[in-house]
Design a protein around this ligand. Structure first.
Ligand SMILES: [Zn+2]
Length: 438
């Protein structure tokens, strides 16, 4: 295979894709869908555009297999977040290539993923690779503002998607350490459960010069003190246990045994205190509570009659919402009203003992010997929740190698991807697909 030629082709397509402004809102993803359609149809890969709302386009392409296995779904989103042009070194919708990087909004999130997925499809088609399962390519609208016109719509309205055995989506990466050596292949197979609460305190309104015993702000502050100090119990999922045990060899000698068996580890008070001072670790071993909004009063000398607070809680999948709520109420006391304002389904993580996971492991062992491939529980939410809800084993994994500081370029100024990464990503994705589909 002529990788230099393929890389050139990949760069050219990504530049053209970045030049289509799909900042959401409004999205205008249908232009991106048409871009894919033109390329795919020129190589005789059947595809179809779905436009559930004007301008909100989704594209599905299918590379047919012999049907012995259920389909593999390659997912990406067409929309991007807006960019503040003045802050950038180059126009964010120009696709400038400079010093080994391609700059542009979406160059990491998520247009590069869409392009390497499409390239993989083109290569499989050109090679006439014998497929034992269909390979589906789905580029969707509306990821950045909730997925209503994108994946959520697609899984409800395109029956063939639900047949998929596996789906690959954005989320985690191959993380490099400071020296550029691969530290972990993070494959996210699950995410925490959203559970947002609004609290309300009521009291008598009056003049600020005469303090009142039932001041709603005081009541709310006291209640919040108790609830935010609650140290929620540890709840270690098997996948989280696996994550820590695989990361154990990289830890200082005295901590290794705790990582190897993290359930035991968290029962050691001094180790657990240290562990949970790491925000990422803390978020994957327990339910968490963040106080995000406080509202009470709007005039210096008036005691208000009502004040509210919002708690952004994220639960470990499988945690009981009822028990959690009961514990919260216990700490808030009787005078605070509580309402669930937003919640997601509690979905089990996708299994990680699959041939797709093994394909990633095989690739990692060959290219980065000794580097662990770890299942990652995401504390935030991705579109994958809509697929897991339909029983599709879904991994959030972009085949790109990034240093931690490069991760900050997602949604950031001067978002860019190295050309080296485009080549690596295409090679890896192609090898993974061949492993599970040919
Ligand atoms: Zn994204």
């Amino acid at each position: 295979m002529d990788w230099d030629q393929l890389l050139k082709e990949t760069i050219r397509h990504l530049q053209e894709y970045v030049r289509i402004n799909t900042a959401n809102p409004p999205g205008n993803e249908v232009e991106g869908a048409r871009f894919f359609k033109k390329i795919l149809e020129a190589e005789s890969i059947p595809c179809r555009i779905f436009e559930p709302s004007p301008g909100r386009g989704n594209l599905l392409a299918t590379l047919k297999g012999n049907g012995k296995r259920r389909p593999l779904l390659l997912l990406s989103h067409i929309d991007v977040v807006p960019a503040e042009k003045e802050q950038w070194s180059f126009d964010p919708f120009e696709g400038v290539v400079k010093d080994g990087y391609l700059y542009g909004r979406g160059s990491l999130d998520d247009k590069s993923m869409g392009i390497v997925e499409m390239m993989a499809l083109l290569i499989l088609k050109r090679e006439q690779a014998p497929l034992k399962r269909d390979v589906l390519f789905l580029a969707t609208a509306d990821e950045e503002t909730g997925g209503r016109w994108g994946v959520q719509w697609a899984v409800e309205n395109i029956p063939s998607l639900k047949e998929s055995e596996y789906a690959l989506n954005e989320g985690s990466y191959v993380i490099l350490n400071g020296e550029g050596i691969a530290d972990q292949y993070g494959v996210s197979n699950g995410q925490k459960v959203l559970f947002q609460l609004e609290l309300k305190a009521k009291g008598t309104s009056g003049h600020g010069s005469r303090p009142l015993p039932d001041n709603c702000n005081v009541k709310l502050v006291h209640a919040l003190e108790k609830v935010t100090k609650w140290e929620t119990p540890y709840n270690v999922l098997p996948m989280v246990k696996e994550y820590f045990s695989k990361m154990a060899p990289k830890q200082p000698p005295d901590e290794r045994k705790f990582f190897e068996d993290i359930e035991k580890g968290v029962s050691d008070p001094s180790f657990s205190a240290k562990l949970t001072s790491n925000l990422i670790y803390n978020a994957i071993v327990r339910d968490t509570i963040s106080l995000t909004i406080l509202r009470g009063g709007n005039k210096e000398n008036v005691i208000p009659s009502e004040s509210t607070a919002t708690l952004d809680c994220r639960l470990i999948p499988g945690s009981s919402k009822e028990i959690f709520l009961r514990e919260i109420k216990k700490r808030l006391g009787d005078e605070i009203e509580i309402e669930v304002i937003s919640e997601s389904l509690s979905l089990s993580p996708s299994p990680f003992n699959t041939d797709l996971f093994q394909a990633i492991q095989k690739f990692a062992a060959k290219n980065d010997p000794g580097c662990p491939v770890v299942p990652v529980l995401l504390s935030g939410a991705t579109d994958s929740r809509f697929l897991r809800e339909k029983g599709i084993t879904t991994y959030d994994f972009c085949p790109f190698r990034l240093k931690e500081k490069e991760l900050l370029l997602v949604h950031g100024t001067d978002e860019r991807i190295s050309l080296e990464n485009l080549k690596f990503g295409l090679k890896m994705l192609l090898e993974m697909i061949k492993d599970v589909a040919t």
